[in-house]
Design a protein around this ligand. Sequence first.
Ligand code: CMP
Length: 239
Amino acid sequence: MHTLDRLPMNNKVELLKQIPIFSSLSEDHSLELASIAVEKTYRKNQVIFDQGDPGSSLIILKSGLVKISLVDSNDHEFIIKTLGENDFFGEMSLLDGGRRSASATAVEDTRVLIVYRDDFVHLLKKNPGVALHLLTALTQRLRMTTDNITNLTFFDAYGKVARCLLDLAEKGGRKEAEGIVLDVKLSRQELANMAGLTRETFARILKEFQVRGCLVTRGKQIVILNKKILTNEVRLNMG
Ligand code: CMP
């Protein structure tokens, strides 16, 4: 059994309760989970694990940002998803005993809680509610993967950039008088890797959207001025 102890126990219990898959845990079981979760910090750009590594832990994000990505032999990266506070990852190897299906890297300084397989399975057996929440989360991930396949297969470059920006807006966009502000933490190269485009193509289309009055960029920040244009780009691609 693994113990942790930089975070006071009450904080850990509170944190775990905010995570949807653990929301149905009783007070006793939350305390039990908090006592077995190990706390760890990763620095910006630090690799948490690589695709193909053996893995037997579930990782819960306490703060920070993590990218889940695939990298080919030429170092081309495709970002499947970014995860923030209260998200979790690593459940696939933990559940099926296979190797890590993708790489996980801290995009900024990140703090996590780690739960190991035996402890998690023990908890699952006693808490069918956790299993149900986990199934719901896995189903949502499958749905998102289907959306990703649609994006990569059917969308032209405009649709891919539009979809990427709309996803960012949905996840963390801030509504202000001017428009929807995206405080983008990823580099432009990483955004392109998320959209499945080269950096040059991504930058060219971002510029075109800017000329059309759809958005403005300020450093890494992007402000969507006209969401309708982006939505129409996605619709056009769907025929
Ligand atoms: P695991 O295979 O253990 O390690 C990589 C993790 O990335 C995986 O568990 C999931 O948590 C996450 N992951 C892999 N593929 C996807 C996907 N298509 N959608 C969302 N998350 C994924």
